[in-house]
Ligand binder design. Structure first.
Ligand code: 9WN
Length: 439
C-alpha cells in the first residue's frame, strides 16, 4: 500500500510539474486547455501546497492579478496567444467591459468561487504557518472583493442566492440539467472550428448544437458589454446553481475564519456574516426539492426549478448547508440512485435518469474534484464509511485508468481495457489525488 501510494503521488507530481507554465500558473491539460482556469487553479493550488509551496502561491497570485476593478474574477485568463482553444480571447472580448483588466485578456464570465476555502486549506496543509498567513494577508481582500461583487451584482432580487448566466460558469458544462434551458432557446447555427474534438473523441464532448447555445449566450452578454444588470434582464440562461452557491457559502466561512485569525476587519466579517445567514436560509428554502430528496437548480429566467439530481445536488454537504436530518435524506438519495455495487461513486448525473450518459463529460462520468468535495462533506457529517468509499473509488479509478479528466462510473464498461475519458494528464485530478492520499 505504502509503495503504491508513493508511486501515485510521484506520478501526480510529474503531471503537475509538466503542466506548470513559465508565467506562474498551471494549465489544466496540455493541448485541450492551454490557459489558466479559475476553479482549476484553486484545486491545483491545494495539491501544490503539499510539495511546492512557491508554485501554490504563484497559482493563486497569478489568478488574482487578473481580477477586474469591480472585483470580478474571470473563468479563463488568456496568458498567451495560443490559438489551439476555441473560443479564444478574440471571441470573448473582455475589453468590452469598462472595468475589465487592462493587463490580462480574459473571458467575461466566471466560475465557482473556490479561492477562499483553498487559501484556508493551503494554510492547514503547510508547516510554516506564519509564512502562509503572510501570503494570505496579501491576497485575502481581493477574494473578499470578489464575494462583494457576487452579492452586489449577481443577486438582482436580493435573495441571498447568486445567479450564473452561462453553463461554463457552473463548471459542469454540458450537464443534462441545462437541456431544459436549451429547449427554450433557438440560437443561430454558428460557423466555427472546434478545437476540443481534435484532442478528445467527439463522443466524450458536447455536441455542435450545444456549442451554438454556448456562443449565443456570450453574444448577448457582449452586445451588452458584459453589464451584469443587462445580463440579468436579457440572458436566456439565468440559473441559481447549488454547486456555485455552495462554493460561495463554503468560501464565505473560510473568509470569516481567516479574517478572525488576523484580527480587525470587523466590517468585512459583519458583511460576510449577514450574507452567509441569508444565503444558507435561502438555499435550504428555495433549492431543496422534497420529493426528490435533493438540492436542485433553479431556472430564474423561466421561474421554475430544474428537477434533476446531479453531483452538484450533493455539494451542499461540503459547505455545511443541510441540517443533520436533511443530510441523511440527501445521502440516502445519493446511495439509492448513484451508489449501487456495480458503480463507482460518484456519477456526475443521476444514473437512473434517461439523460444519463456514462461517457459524456458532465452527463454521467465521475469527476475527481466533485469526489474530493463529496468526501470532505460526508466526513464532516459523520458518514465515515461512504466517505472512505468515495476516497477509495477515486484512487482506484486514477490508479488504473490514468490521470484523466473524467471516468466511467460503471465497474463493468464492457471494454477489455479501461481508460479514463477527456483530457489526459489532467491537473486537478493529479492535485486532488495527492490531497486525498495524504488526507
Ligand atoms: C470551458 C478546464 C475546464 C474546467 C471545466 C470543464 C472544462 C471548458 C471547456 O474544462 O470546461 O470552461 O472548454 O470545455 O468543464 O469545469 O474548468 O479544466
Amino acid at each position: 500500500m505504502y509503495v503504491m501510494k508513493e508511486n501515485i503521488i510521484n506520478r501526480a507530481i510529474n503531471v503537475l510539474d509538466a503542466n506548470f507554465q513559465k508565467g506562474g500558473f498551471t494549465i489544466p491539460s496540455k493541448g485541450l486547455y492551454p490557459f489558466q482556469w479559475k476553479w482549476d487553479s484553486g484545486f491545483i493550488a491545494v495539491g501544490l501546497a503539499h510539495y511546492n509551496i512557491d508554485h501554490a502561491k504563484k497559482e493563486i497570485e497569478t489568478l488574482l492579478n487578473a481580477q477586474w476593478d469591480n472585483g470580478f474574477i474571470p473563468h479563463i485568463v488568456f496568458h498567451t496567444d495560443d490559438d489551439s482553444y476555441f473560443p479564444g480571447h478574440d471571441f470573448h472580448r473582455s475589453d468590452l467591459h469598462p472595468l475589465s483588466s487592462k493587463k490580462y485578456k480574459s473571458t467575461g464570465m466566471t466560475q465557482p468561487p473556490v479561492t477562499a476555502f483553498v487559501l484556508q486549506d493551503m494554510l492547514n496543509i503547510v508547516d510554516d504557518k506564519e509564512d502562509m498567513l503572510n501570503f494570505i494577508k496579501g491576497q485575502i481582500d481581493k477574494v473578499y472583493d470578489n464575494h462583494v461583487y457576487f452579492y452586489e451584482n449577481r443577486d438582482p432580487q436580493n435573495e441571498g442566492l447568486v445567479y450564473i448566466y452561462h453553463n461554463w460558469e457552473s463548471g459542469t458544462d454540458n450537464s443534462p440539467v441545462w437541456d431544459d434551458i436549451w429547449d427554450t432557446m433557438n440560437p443561430p447555427e454558428y460557423t466555427f472550428e472546434r478545437k476540443d474534438t481534435t484532442h478528445v473523441d467527439a463522443s466524450q464532448r458536447p455536441s455542435k448544437r450545444e456549442y451554438d447555445h454556448y456562443l449565443y449566450i456570450i453574444d448577448i452578454a457582449k452586445q451588452n458589454n458584459y453589464d451584469d444588470a443587462k445580463i440579468a434582464e436579457l440572458s436566456p440562461f439565468l440559473v441559481q446553481d447549488p454547486l456555485f452557491n455552495a462554493m460561495l457559502i463554503k468560501s464565505n466561512k473560510a473568509l470569516m475564519e481567516l479574517y478572525e485569525l488576523f484580527g480587525g476587519n470587523e466590517d468585512k466579517i459583519a458583511y460576510l456574516r449577514k450574507n452567509q445567514e441569508r444565503s444558507i436560509a435561502a438555499f435550504n428554502q428555495k433549492l431543496w426539492d422534497n420529493e426528490l430528496g435533493a438540492y436542485v437548480h433553479y431556472d430564474m429566467r423561466n421561474d421554475k426549478p430544474i428537477r434533476h439530481v446531479s453531483s452538484s445536488s450533493f455539494s451542499p454537504l461540503f459547505a455545511g448547508i443541510p441540517s443533520k436530518e436533511r443530510a441523511e435524506v440527501l445521502v440516502n438519495t445519493m446511495m439509492d440512485r448513484f451508489g449501487g455495487d456495480d458503480k463507482y461513486l460518484c456519477a456526475s448525473f443521476d444514473p437512473t435518469d434517461n439523460r444519463f450518459n456514462p461517457r459524456k463529460y458532465w452527463r454521467g462520468p465521475v469527476w475527481i474534484n466533485m469526489n474530493w468535495m463529496l468526501y470532505r462533506g460526508l466526513k464532516e457529517y459523520g458518514y465515515k464509511e461512504i466517505a472512505a468509499r468515495v476516497q477509495n473509488d477515486s484512487i482506484e479509478l486514477v490508479e488504473r485508468d490514468g490521470f484523466f479528466e473524467y471516468f466511467d462510473c460503471r465497474k463493468d464498461t464492457g471494454e477489455e481495457i479501461r481508460k479514463g475519458y477527456g483530457g489526459d494528464n489532467f491537473s486537478w485530478t493529479a492535485a486532488l489525488i495527492i490531497d486525498l492520499l495524504k488526507g
